[in-house]
Ligand binder design. Structure first.
Ligand code: FAD
Length: 466
């Protein structure tokens, strides 16, 4: 492998190649360490070199050269994924797309851009040019790229209104480069989008995206406090079902999350406070206040457009989605998390059941999302980690109760998903990556079609720790 890497590097020497060890180490890591299970297994993983293409022609060149020399290629947006998605398990080349950050076209209802642009920069440009914004974004808006969001993310801020990324209409078109002797450039729409969206870059590299936009608003951020968890959950669920009120996020935090982990909120709540975080469109504020007035148990403690808090808490969405876990981890490093789907119509009942069984070992953090037209909950529950065996047991008990788990303590597409082969993605990989060099080790069905999912998959070619 060393000779192959040297030959590939020599052939790509005229590109922006990174060879400093510290920089290679940084570019070889994502947020895998959120999981204590992945941390022990992937901490040593290191690429051999990093290359930063400036355009699609350079992406093609890199894929062609690495194909010729059998060098694995793991694509990197910003490395904020937390399933180890961007970890180069077999070493080789990390292709970092940070230079590919151009917006090509903004039109009513849509934008065309390159994959390496940060979500916040894309949002700023569409707002400035047209008064429009992204329908949804990851709570890592400030640091993540749009390509990484489409290839690795699932939804987030905006999903309460627009559903998930995989829902029809939330991606318009993707342009993709294959890794073959002669790489091809393909354009996918409609049914074909499922080949490469949320495929971790295992079967093609996205070089251009066309996405739908929504009107941009100066969203009002709000925190509403409750003494009872059920009241907080019911408030968020009922509000998200108010058809005339436009929301960007509705999060529920079981006590003592806000008091224990939200430093700037802490002075305004106590240990028993269950909190709801919201972003409401300004034209919906009258409707929201009327809704609030009908709920005597709800206490509005913060609104971003009118408050006397001495310290600004910052954007409300940076308390939601996986930022909740991040805030908890900063205070208590033994916290880890689960990603749970509580489907309609049993979502409230199921959450209460899990809460009764596991609180405070597992604290509920819910995000209201639209699933097949119905409001339900994505749970990013916080778990006080003790052992892998106990974590697996908690996961099993959730599944037995009917809560779907997307296991964030696994690095493969299948185990982080629904634990079955995605034939669309697999068959496209056969065509687009015949040597299996794209982000190796992330698609079990490619490596071991008969895998039974009865234990954690261990990629046989994972770099050995020294
Ligand atoms: P990376 O981590 O660099 O890449 C993600 C995956 O996509 C990798 O497998 C990579 O190889 C692949 N990839 C990247 N670019 C391309 C490309 N152009 N073509 C093909 N493959 C590519 N996720 C959510 O969905 N919603 C959230 O709200 C959310 N909140 C988060 C909060 C925190 C604090 C953290 C740490 C993570 C969160 N995530 C969330 C996960 C992650 O931040 C997002 O999915 C993010 O959008 C990934 O973008 P990135 O640029 O960092 O991608």
């Amino acid at each position: 492998m060393k000779d192959n890497v040297a030959a590939a590097k020599a052939a790509l020497a005229h590109l922006d190649i990174e060879e400093r060890e510290a920089a290679i180490k940084t570019a070889s890591r994502d947020f895998f360490w959120y999981s204590p299970v992945l941390k022990t297994r992937l901490d040593h993983v290191l690429a051999d070199f990093v290359v930063r293409p400036r355009n699609e022609a350079e992406v093609i060149e890199i894929l062609k050269v690495c194909y010729a020399h059998d060098v694995p290629v793991t694509t990197r947006g910003a490395g904020t994924g937390n399933y180890g998605q961007a970890m180069p398990l077999a070493g080789g080349c990390v292709m970092h797309l940070r230079h590919m950050d151009k917006v090509r076209e903004i039109a009513p209802g849509r934008v065309i851009c390159e994959p390496g642009i940060l979500l916040k920069d894309l949002d700023a440009q569409t707002k400035e040019a047209s008064g429009q914004e992204l329908r949804m974004f990851s709570s890592t808006w400030a640091t993540a790229t749009i390509g990484g969001f489409i290839a690795g993310g699932s939804g987030g801020v905006g999903s309460v209104h627009w559903g998930s990324l995989r829902d029809l209409g939330n991606i318009i078109r993707l342009r993709v480069v294959t890794m073959e002797e002669e790489p091809r450039v393909l354009e996918f729409r409609g049914e074909e989008l499922a080949r490469v969206s949320h495929a971790y870059g295992t079967n093609g590299i996205i070089t251009e995206l066309e996405l739908p936009l929504a009107p941009a608003y100066d969203w009002t951020g709000l925190f509403v406090a409750f003494d009872d968890f059920g009241d907080a959950m019911g408030f968020a669920d009922d509000l998200a079902n108010e058809d005339g009120i436009l929301l960007k996020i509705a999060s529920v935090y079981e006590a003592p999350t806000a008091h224990a982990y939200f430093q700037r909120v802490k002075p305004h709540v106590d240990e028993g406070t269950h909190l709801v975080g919201l972003m409401v469109a300004p034209q919906s504020m009258d409707g929201f206040l009327t809704f609030l007035g009908r709920r005597p148990k709800a206490k509005l403690i913060y609104r971003s457009d009118d408050n006397d808090w001495p310290r600004d808490p910052g954007p409300i969405f940076e308390y939601g989605w996986n930022h909740t876990t991040l805030r908890a981890l900063k205070v208590d490093p033994s916290i880890t998390y689960l990603q749970v789907r509580y489907a309609f119509p049993e979502h409230r009942e199921l959450v209460e059941k899990m809460r009764t069984e596991f609180s405070p070992e597992v604290l509920q953090h819910l995000e209201a999302i639209r699933m097949n037209g119905k409001i339900a909950f994505a749970g990013l529950s916080m778990v006080k980690f003790t052992t892998e065996e106990r974590l697996d047991e908690i996961i099993r008990l959730h599944e037995e109760a009917g809560a779907l788990i997307f296991n964030p303590h696994r690095y493969t597409l299948e185990e982080g998903g629904r634990q079955h082969t995605d034939d669309t993605q697999l068959s496209f990989k056969r065509e687009a990556d015949p040597k299996g060099l794209l982000n190796p080790g992330k698609m079990i069905s490619w490596d071991d079609p008969d895998w039974s999912y009865d234990r954690m998959y261990a990629y046989p070619h994972l770099q050995a720790a020294e």
